[in-house]
Design a protein around this ligand. Structure first.
Ligand code: NAG
Length: 300
């Protein structure tokens, strides 16, 4: 539990730093455009000049663990996001989602209710923002696996981060979580299934046996099998048009294997990093973008 907590706060802190850096960049950008005398003294055509954004989608990730905003906050926050050119909000509800039935213990005391979830989507719609719910389905499942009821699904008994993908009960649990998210987001077209930093894999006896018998000792196959299976459920059963996932669990895997697990159809990889300059040689595994380009066709 303690190490789970430390990882949790470190990750939250990193996310907060990341968002803060983004905010600073945005503030600088706005200031620069408003105050630059060259722009102000330029022709009227130039004053109205708005630079074409580099990326067609600009997504803000809200990680609600720890310090979730009050529902009323979104009324001010979403118009601001719209104003600065954001197109989508990635909502990592974690324990703030009103899970019910078998999953009711997953929601925290001050979790949003279903009306709030609908209200947030309404506000997003009014501000032309797409909502993308994020549910962790591999690593970072502390908010699920910390509960005694689900502790048997931990990959390593004393660690609450990674779920055992070889246990059918894990799959049932993940399906139920995704289905409840879908039920309260009937109109969204995309979902994010997380799946970053699932470090404790093939350590439990169940996984180890499966790794040996089914996957011929390939951890890569074990990971891809789980990720693609969850993505397939989200896409084919729950009818999400687009399924995102963090990419670090398969950033070094050969493109042949990615194709074998149909990742090109099932999952959009979200490449992530916290370094100020992610283009530094060697920051991402060597050849990663080349491998992805063999699996994905990019529309630029
Ligand atoms: C989904 O769309 C329908 C039809 O436009 C609308 O009535 C409903 O409020 C929307 N639901 C949510 C949760 O956004």
């Amino acid at each position: 539990m303690h190490s789970g907590w430390t990882e949790w706060t470190a990750r939250s802190r990193n996310r907060i730093i990341f968002v803060s850096i983004l905010s600073i960049l945005f503030v600088f950008f706005i200031y620069h455009n408003m105050e630059d005398p060259e722009i102000l003294q330029a022709s009227p055509r130039m004053i109205n000049f708005k630079p074409k954004p580099v990326f067609s989608q600009r997504i803000v990730h809200l990680d609600l663990k720890g310090a979730p905003p009050k529902p009323s906050f979104y009324e001010k926050f979403f118009p601001l996001l719209k104003e600065i050119g954001i197109t989508s909000v990635l909502m990592e509800y974690e324990d703030m989602f009103p899970y019910w039935g078998k999953l009711s213990m997953l929601k925290t005391k001050n979790a949003y209710d279903s009306h709030t979830i609908a209200h947030i989507q309404n506000l997003a719609h009014k501000n032309s923002l797409e909502i993308i719910p994020l549910v962790q389905t591999f690593g970072h499942m502390e908010f699920v696996l910390k509960h005694l009821e689900f502790s048997s699904l931990r990959e390593v008994p004393e660690k609450t981060d990674t779920i055992c993908p070889s246990d059918e009960n894990s799959i049932q649990l993940i399906h139920e979580m995704l289905a409840q998210i879908r039920q309260l987001h009937p109109n969204v077209s995309s979902i994010h299934i997380g799946a970053d930093e699932a470090w404790n894999i093939a350590k439990d006896e169940r996984c180890f046996q499966k790794l040996h018998k089914i996957f011929h000792n390939s951890e890569e196959r074990l990971k891809l099998s789980h990720i693609s299976r969850v993505a397939k459920y989200a896409k084919d059963e729950l009818k999400f048009d687009r399924v995102y996932g963090w990419n670090d669990m398969f950033s070094s895997i050969d493109s042949k294997l990615l194709k074998e697990y149909d990742l090109g159809r099932l999952l959009v990889p979200v490449v992530w990093g916290y370094a100020p300059d992610v283009t530094i040689d060697g920051y991402f595994p060597y050849g990663m973008f080349q491998r992805y380009s063999q699996v994905y066709t990019f529309n630029v």
